[in-house]
Design a protein around this ligand. Structure first.
Ligand SMILES: [Zn+2]
Length: 654
C-alpha cells in the first residue's frame, strides 16, 4: 500500500475511519505503508521507535496504532499489519531493494501497489527494486554506515546498502512515460472517487512489463541530466539493423516477419491480409511471392548472385527457374547500374512474370564465356498481401495519419527509415494526452496505399485533418518537403512552418516531383491532405535504389533530426486551435502576473510582447500557425502562450 497524499489538517479525523475501513475490507490482506527516512544515509542515527517516516501521513499514523509494526531497514522501512506481517518484521535485509527486502516480498506474493492521489514519479520506489533485480547498469550498490537504535533502545553502528544512481552518469529517474504506457495498457487501473484518484497495479505484472521495456531500451525509466544526443535516433538505428536483412517484397513471409517485429515495438499494430486477385480501383492485388534460394553457378563452379548473401541480387517477383545457358543468353536476365559500378541495383517486376538477377557492373565485367547454371527456388502463387496499421485514439475522431512502406528489401534510407520513424512517432504519441486520433499505416508502396484507401476512403475523407508520407528520413543531409497536389492543406501549412523555423535550409519540391504514396493519397477525387517531410529525397542521392543505400547511409543523428521535426509538427498540430480573445480592448496582463509591473528602461518585455502579439491576432479567424506566421514567431513557442491565455481565460478555443 503506497500513499503520499497530503490530507488537510481538518480532515485528519477521517484517518481512523480509513484504517478501519481498510482493515475490515481487506481482512485477509497484509497492509504495508512506507515509512522511509533517509537520515541514515547522512550518517545520522536511525531510531526504530522515533524516526519519523518522510513518505506521507498514513505511514506515521499507522506506526502509532498498536496493530501495525515497523520493518527493520533503517532507510526503507514499512508499517505493516496482517497476514504476512511477521514474515516482513523478521526480514533482516541489508540491501534496500534486494530480493530479501519487503519489496522482494511484495514481488514474491504479487502484492498490489496502491497509489492514492499521487503518481509513479513521486511514489514508485518499487522501480528501484525492478532496476536492482533486473540489474541495470546505471545504478550500483552503495554502503551507508551510521548509528542504529533498535526497538529496545540499544545503539550500535550498522551498515546497510542501497542501489544508488551513478552520479557521474547524471541519471535521473523518469517515470512519466512509463506511467502513460501502463495506464494506456490497463496495467495501472485508475479509480476516481470525487477529487481523489487511486491507481492500482500488480507487483508481478508491472515488473514483467518494465523488464520487457528495459530489454528493448535500457534507459526506459531514466533520463540524463545532460541529454544524451540522439536517444531515439540510436534506438531507431538499431531497429533498422534488425530489419535490414529480411527479404521483404510486396507480399510474402518477409513482410509478415517485418510486421511482427514492428508489432513487438507497438503491440497495438494490427496485421491485415487481402487475397491475391482482389480488385482495388484500377488495380488488382498481385500473387504472393516467396523465395527460399536463388543463385547462379559460373562455368568455373563459383556461386554468384547469391540471394542469401544479399536479397537485392534477385529481381523482385522472379518466377521459379532451374536451367543452364550460355553467357550471351544469361546477359538478357542480368541488371546492373553503371554510374555506381560496385552497387547492386534494386529491380522489380511485379506485374509481368519474368526472372532476373541484379549484379554490380564490376562483377558483371568479370563474367567469362561459357555455360551458367541458374537456380531460383521461388513461388508466385495465389495467397495474400499483408499490411499493418496502428490506431491511437484521441479526444476527437479527427485524425492525423502517417503512411510508410515496407516492400523494399535491404535498403536503409529509401525504406527502413520510414517504418522505424513511424514506429518511434507512435511511441511518442502514446506518451501524449493526444487530442487527435493517430493512424499509422505500414503497407507495400502503391498497391498497399491503394488497398488502404479502397477500404477506408469515406472514413478518411470525413476525418483526416493531416497526413504525412514517411520515406527517406535517415541521412544527415538537409531536410526536404514535398507538397500535396495544390500545396494548400493543413499538413503543408504545419510542415512548412516547422521547417522554416527549425530546418531553414530545407529543399522545397512540388507535387510534380512526387514518387511515393502521395501519388495515391493526393490523386484527384481522393484528395487527402498529405505531404511529405524527408531528409534527402528519393532519387536525389546517388545510392538510391541500390545496395549502397545501406545502414551506413542512415545515422542516429539523421534519424533523430527527422524525429525531432515530426515531433514538432505533432506538437503544433495538437495545439493548432482557433483562439478568440474574451476581453474588449487590451487585457490588463499585469494584474495576472503576465506583464512587468514596473517600467524601467532595461525591463525585458520579450515575453510580454509575445503575449500581446498573440492576443492581437487571436480574433477567432486564425489558428495557432496562422498567428505564428503573422507575428513572426515559432508556433512551438506559442503553444505555451496559448495555454497560459486559456488558463487565465483571456482567450477561448473555438
Ligand atoms: Zn523505392
Amino acid at each position: 500500500m503506497w500513499q503520499q497524499f497530503a490530507l488537510y489538517r481538518d480532515q485528519q479525523k477521517s484517518i481512523d475511519s480509513i484504517f478501519d475501513a481498510l482493515k475490515e475490507g481487506l481482512s485477509e490482506a497484509t497492509l504495508m505503508f512506507p515509512t522511509f527516512n533517509w537520515d541514515f544515509c547522512q550518517n545520522k542515527p536511525f531510531d526504530y521507535r522515533n524516526s519519523e517516516g518522510k513518505t506521507g501521513l498514513l505511514g506515521n499514523y499507522a506506526l502509532k496504532r498498536n496493530d501495525f509494526k515497523r520493518t527493520r531497514h533503517p532507510i526503507y522501512s514499512f508499517a505493516v499489519s496482517g497476514k504476512y506481517a511477521n514474515e516482513l518484521l523478521n526480514l533482516d535485509n541489508k540491501s534496500s531493494f534486494g530480493s530479501d527486502s519487503p519489496f522482494g516480498k511484495l514481488y514474491d506474493y504479487n502484492g498490489k501497489i496502491v497509489m492514492i492521489d499521487t503518481n509513479l514519479q513521486r511514489s514508485f520506489t518499487y522501480a528501484h527494486f525492478i532496476e536492482q533485480k533486473y540489474g541495470v547498469n546505471y545504478r550500483y550498490e552503495k554502503e551507508f554506515c551510521a548509528p542504529y537504535i533498535d526497538e529496545n533502545g540499544n545503539q550500535t553502528q550498522r551498515c546497510y546498502t542501497m542501489f544508488v544512481r551513478d552520479l557521474d552518469l547524471g541519471v535521473i529517474t523518469h517515470l512519466e512515460p512509463l506511467e502513460r504506457v501502463l495506464i494506456r495498457e490497463g496495467v495501472i487501473k485508475v479509480y476516481t472517487f470525487g477529487r481523489v484518484n487511486i491507481k492500482v497495479l500488480d507487483a508481478r505484472l508491472v515488473y514483467d512489463r518494465v523488464v520487457n521495456e528495459l530489454q528493448r531500451n535500457p534507459h526506459f525509466i531514466i533520463r540524463f541530466e545532460k541529454d544524451i544526443p540522439y536517444t531515439q535516433g540510436q534506438a531507431m538505428h538499431s531497429l533498422a539493423k534488425e530489419l535490414y536483412p529480411i527479404n521483404r517484397s510486396l507480399s510474402g513471409e518477409g513482410v509478415r516477419e517485418t510486421l511482427a517485429i514492428l508489432q513487438r515495438e507497438n503491440p497495438e499494430l494490427k496485421i491485415h491480409a487481402i487475397q491475391s486477385g482482389t480488385e482495388v480501383f484500377d488495380w488488382s492485388v498481385p500473387k504472393e511471392w516467396n523465395c527460399k534460394e536463388a543463385y547462379i553457378i559460373t562455368p568455373d563452379g563459383q556461386k554468384i548472385c547469391d540471394y542469401s548473401k544479399n536479397n537485392l541480387h534477385l529481381m523482385q517477383y522472379s518466377i521459379p527457374f532451374n536451367g543452364e545457358m550460355e553467357l550471351e543468353e544469361l546477359q538478357k536476365h542480368l541488371y546492373s547500374y553503371n554510374p555506381l559500378p560496385d552497387a547492386i541495383p534494386y529491380v522489380t517486376s511485379y506485374y509481368k512474370e519474368r526472372w532476373g538477377f541484379c549484379i554490380s557492373s564490376n562483377e558483371r565485367k568479370k563474367l567469362k564465356k561459357g555455360r551458367y547454371k541458374v537456380f531460383i527456388d521461388s513461388t508466385l502463387e495465389d495467397g495474400v498481401l499483408n499490411y499493418g496499421d496502428i490506431l491511437i485514439p484521441g479526444k476527437t475522431d479527427q485524425e492525423v495519419m502517417f503512411s510508410t512502406y515496407i516492400c523494399h528489401p535491404s535498403m536503409a534510407n529509401n525504406e527502413l527509415s520510414g517504418p522505424i520513424l513511424a514506429t518511434y512517432l507512435a511511441k511518442y504519441i502514446k506518451q501524449l494526452d493526444n487530442h487527435y486520433t493517430y493512424r499509422f499505416v505500414f503497407a507495400p508502396e502503391t498497391i498497399g496505399s491503394l488497398i488502404y484507401l479502397h477500404n477506408r476512403l469515406d472514413h478518411l475523407k470525413r476525418n483526416l485533418k493531416a497526413g504525412f508520407v514517411l520515406t527517406c528520413v535517415g541521412d544527415e543531409k538537409d531536410h526536404s518537403y514535398l507538397a500535396s497536389r495544390y500545396g494548400d492543406t493543413l499538413a503543408d501549412k504545419v510542415a512548412l512552418h516547422t521547417l522554416k523555423h527549425h530546418a531553414p535550409s530545407f529543399t522545397k519540391y512540388t507535387f510534380l516531383d512526387r514518387g511515393s504514396d502521395e501519388r495515391q493519397y493526393c490523386a484527384p477525387e481522393i484528395d487527402l491532405p498529405f505531404c511529405s517531410v524527408m531528409r534527402t529525397k528519393y532519387g536525389k542521392y546517388p545510392q538510391y535504389h541500390t545496395s549502397l543505400d545501406n545502414l551506413d547511409l542512415i545515422t542516429p543523428k539523421g534519424l533523430q533530426g527527422a524525429y525531432d521535426i515530426y515531433a514538432k509538427i505533432i506538437d503544433t498540430l495538437e495545439q493548432n486551435f482557433y483562439y478568440k480573445i474574451q476581453v474588449l480592448g487590451e487585457p490588463q496582463l499585469g494584474k495576472r502576473g503576465l506583464y512587468p509591473t514596473m517600467t524601467k528602461t532595461d525591463t525585458d518585455y520579450t515575453q510580454a510582447f509575445l503575449y500581446r502579439n498573440f492576443l492581437a491576432y487571436a480574433d477567432g479567424s486564425n489558428d495557432l500557425v496562422d498567428i505564428a506566421e503573422i507575428i513572426g514567431a515559432k508556433a512551438t513557442d506559442l503553444i505555451d502562450v496559448a495555454k497560459i491565455m486559456l488558463k487565465h481565460r483571456i482567450v477561448e478555443k473555438l
